[in-house]
Design a protein around this ligand. Structure first.
Ligand code: TXA
Ligand code: MG
Length: 315
């Protein structure tokens, strides 16, 4: 297995693989990422191939700092203010692309680029060592659960990546929040680790949301994503689970309780890891029943992921 612990030598090895156009999986503060140098079309293509990701779905380019980011995107004053406050961190910004030094398949041909300055020290060392942006989606097969451990990455991708760096479980356990900043307009594109309220509190105004409704008029709009193999039923009660099923509680001290103390950050941190574990234990006719999760703060992102995971319509 190509999983390696974090040592200076393994980080050096990862940087060399990236420099030569290979792909590496590594921890971030959100979920594990699968990275390639963002200026190399052939290297980026390996990510799409390994994940089985449709090529119309663009990637986030991760930067060392705002200074590096300025070489690739235009920062309107509001975007700069947001970036200065939230970076390094779990917020991605979609901004106007200004450089030809980003491979066309990173943006899927769009005129905008999603960027983020990550906080995880290992990821920061990789970008600093490479001295180039690293484009990285979550390190899972397209449509499946995002990985929060190196073992979950290996489960989906072990024979498809050159190296997996293992730094244990990721902090947030959910992907970054994504907003588009177009002049003075701010639009939420994906719920994630940074709650919408926190961004609005900082801005002093509400932001619009372009997030696809989970009760859409046409079922074809409902994208199945973050999906384990096993059937999931949300807003459940413990007694719904029969023999062979699993119960995932919230604050009830049961075996797979997401947070015994009803802490939403802890529930987010454990969510994908718990679903991954239960997916391994489940038989074909098992069902995973999940307790209601309060829809506030990071709970909104938890519910967004759960709704997509439990949806029966594939993208
Ligand atoms: O926490 C995260 O964001 C992780 C870590 C590795 O940074 N990355 C991640 O990437 O979740 P991925 O590829 O799984 O999700 C990125 C999302 C996709 O839904 C993609 O459609 C959207 O970002 N995206 C990327 N570029 C975009 C753009 N220019 N405009 C709108 N959406 C964009
Ligand atoms: Mg993903």
């Amino acid at each position: 297995m190509n999983i390696k612990p974090i040592t200076p030598r393994h980080i050096f090895e990862a940087v060399e693989i990236l420099r030569e156009g290979g792909i590496v999986a590594f921890p971030t503060e959100t979920v594990y990422g699968l990275g390639a140098r963002a200026d190399d079309e052939a290297a980026v293509a390996k990510i799409f191939c390994a994940k089985g990701r449709p090529n119309f779905n663009p990637l986030i380019a991760h930067m060392a700092d705002i200074e590096m980011a300025r070489n690739y995107v235009d920062f309107h004053p509001l975007a700069l203010k947001i970036a200065t406050h939230f970076w390094p961190g779990a917020l991605s910004l979609v901004l106007p692309l200004r450089s030809e030094n980003i491979a066309g398949n990173v943006t899927a041909g769009l005129e905008t680029l999603a960027i983020r300055v990550p906080a995880h020290p290992v990821f920061r060392e990789l970008i600093a060592g490479l001295k180039l942006p690293i484009s990285a989606p979550s390190a899972n097969l397209s449509g499946r659960l995002s990985p929060t451990t190196a073992q979950a990455v290996a489960h989906d991708l072990h024979d498809k990546v050159d190296l997996i760096l293992d730094a244990g479980t990721t902090q947030y356990g959910l992907e970054s929040t994504i907003i588009e900043v177009n002049g003075d307009e701010v639009t939420l594109l994906r719920h994630g680790a940074i709650p919408q309220e926190e961004i609005e509190e900082f801005l002093g105004f509400s932001i619009q949301s372009y997030i696809q409704s989970n009760t859409p008029k046409s079922p074809g709009q409902l994208l199945k994503h973050y999906a384990p193999r096993t059937k999931i039923v949300l807003n459940s009660k413990a007694d719904m689970a029969n023999a062979g099923d699993f119960w995932v509680g919230f604050g009830d001290q049961s075996e797979y309780d997401l947070s015994p103390k009803r802490d939403l950050a802890e529930a987010a941190h454990r969510l994908f890891e718990t679903l991954f574990l239960l997916d391994q234990k489940a038989s074909l006719d098992s069902t995973i029943y999940i307790a209601p999760i309060p829809n506030i703060g990071i709970g909104v992102a938890i519910n967004d992921r759960l709704e997509r995971a439990s949806s029966s319509v594939s993208s």
